[in-house]
Ligand binder design. Structure first.
Ligand code: ZN
Length: 312
């Protein structure tokens, strides 16, 4: 395991810089590439204003523009097992742009893998988006991601952009779908509603971390097990990334909070060696626990010990 950790940490070190962006965007005006490089650092995406400026500089429409960014998003991929680099780009309801990339955990079962589509959706959700306008990918998504997308509250309005194809819907990609409504659940993931109320804040010695993780756990999506949970990773530069649990009606494409936290860490240009503290908050009233899986995933990339708090 130590060999895997060492090689993976090395791979995580570099956030894509100007020269890699220039290579990925050879047809773009130089000014646009420079502007992009200066505005995506540390965020793996673009604010609404920056995105509009990129469209002005390139002359692209929104569909063309986010599709052009796919090779850029793929620069964040961390696939030590497959060496297969995948990027996805989400245009959030606010007009901001979020990159996602695939993430594999060294030495762990393949089912732990984070797909680029999941990474981009989770990235937008973590930044406060409650719906997605569009998702760009450069090939039709796998079945696992189609099922993951079907859990979104905005599933009926999201446009899926594939190069050289007319925009598609989740329904086009997943006809006769099994989803939340089949289990009597209204709405879906990303809907802006507090899901759980049993997270009393202020029970930790670290008030801010406690508050952040409990709020995220209360907003996690766990209607099938009631196991609301979230993970916060505190980094050496003071950055806190917070992963929320996202459950799925079909169970398997559920996205664990530790995997989401690592995916966000990656998209923010940080690496596992920077983690100083990791904390899982979960409901005591749920049917399952994230604790053992969270320790396993954390241990594949970091020597930090997981703190766990139960609520309810
Ligand atoms: Zn997939």
């Amino acid at each position: 395991m130590s060999f895997h950790k060492k090689s993976q940490r090395h791979q995580w070190r570099e956030e894509p810089g100007y020269s890699l962006l220039r290579k990925a965007l050879q047809d773009w005006p130089l000014e646009a590439v420079k502007y992009l490089a200066g505005n995506i650092k540390g965020r793996g995406g673009l604010s609404q204003d920056s995105w509009q400026h990129i469209l002005d500089l390139t002359g692209f429409d929104a569909k063309h523009g986010i599709t052009e960014l796919l090779p850029v998003a793929a620069l964040w991929a961390k696939p030590p097992i497959s060496d297969y680099h995948v990027g996805a780009v989400v245009l959030g309801e606010s007009g901001s742009v979020y990159f996602g990339a695939n993430l594999e955990f060294p030495g762990l079962p393949l089912s732990m893998t984070v797909h680029a589509e999941q990474a981009a959706v989770a990235h937008s959700w973590s930044c406060g988006e409650t719906a997605i306008q569009a998702l760009a990918i450069n090939a039709p998504p796998c079945g696992y991601c189609r099922q993951f997308l079907n859990e979104l509250g905005c599933r009926d309005v999201i446009k899926i952009y594939l190069p050289d194809r007319e925009p598609m819907t989740v329904g086009d990609l997943l006809p006769e779908a099994f989803g939340p409504a089949h289990l009597g659940v209204q709405g879906g993931m990303m809907d802006n509603a507090k899901q759980a109320s049993d997270f009393a804040e202020g029970s930790s010695h670290d008030q801010e971390l406690s508050s952040l993780t409990c709020t995220a756990a209360g907003e996690s999506w766990a209607p099938y097990s009631s196991s609301y949970s979230a993970v916060t990773l505190l980094c050496d530069d003071g950055t806190k990334v917070v992963g929320r649990y996202c459950e799925n009606a079909a169970f398997n494409p559920s996205f664990a909070p530790m995997q989401m936290a690592f995916s966000l860490l990656n998209m923010r240009g940080l690496h596992p060696g920077q983690i100083q503290k990791a904390w899982l908050a979960e409901s005591r009233l749920g049917q399952i626990s994230q604790e053992s899986l969270s320790r396993l995933v954390l241990g594949s990339l970091s020597d930090v010990t997981l703190d766990v708090s139960h609520y309810g």
